[in-house]
Design a protein around this ligand. Sequence first.
Ligand SMILES: [Zn+2]
Length: 296
Amino acid sequence: MPINLLYSPECLEYREAGHPDSPERVATIADFLGQKKAGRFLLPGKCKEEDLFLVHSEEMVERVRENSLPYDPSTPNIRGIYDYALLSCGAAEEACRLAVGGETSFSLLRPPGHHAGSKRAGGFCYFNSMAVAVKKIPGEKRIAILDIDGHHGNGTEEIFREKEGIIYVSVHQFPAFPGTGSVSFANCYNFPVYPGSSSSTYMKKFMNALSVIAGFSPDLLGISAGFDTHRTDPLLDLPLKDSDYYLMGREISSLNLDTFIVLEGGYNVKTVGNACYCFIKGIGKEKHGQETGKRI
Ligand SMILES: [Zn+2]
């Protein structure tokens, strides 16, 4: 079965001059995946406002809705940003719902979410789409969140720290924005990678992160995927190349878990499309094996 790609061109409608989260970075991924016929495109809808309250404070939701966030150049008060953030959360919810039904699904929306905490926006993120999606899951499920954006997902970590039945596992550059994620504690497993490290160093940490997830035996895997780990990314100094993304996808797929993916960062518009495509190809590789009944 092809991967589901939740995408709406509505997310390209806003722009802040000079801001790295440009519409082009997501447009190029969607175009690239479309040309390569990498999956089945589905149009998502917005999440309900009440879903935001599963994660965020009323005051924070109101500030985003009313365009009255405190000054932070990374999360400017952009007209309509509330609705774009609702759409991003709605797509993550839909990807998660499809994954619970056994369909691997990828939400390709902006703004991203993993830096948004329960009471504050930050780092290009207004609402935490991964957290909203996970909190919407009905019943008791064991959930692992794997964060492979190049930055530490401080918002997701804060929201789920010390919560039962869930682990947060992140591989990211340290030191770097937001300055967190140097150590592991409780249910949060952090694998910091020094700037300038080799791709084999990164991949060793990534495999250690997957071992933690395999040991936890979750019912569902949510992935915050950012492609600012690419060696050409302008914001970070990490080493990955396209073939690494393919390997990462393949290793994730070999866990044989119901999986959904939410797009986070990735700021080089020339390389982000193929990086994302290689990742999806890796994920599809093992899925294809399952479908044809091959041993994995
Ligand atoms: Zn990032």
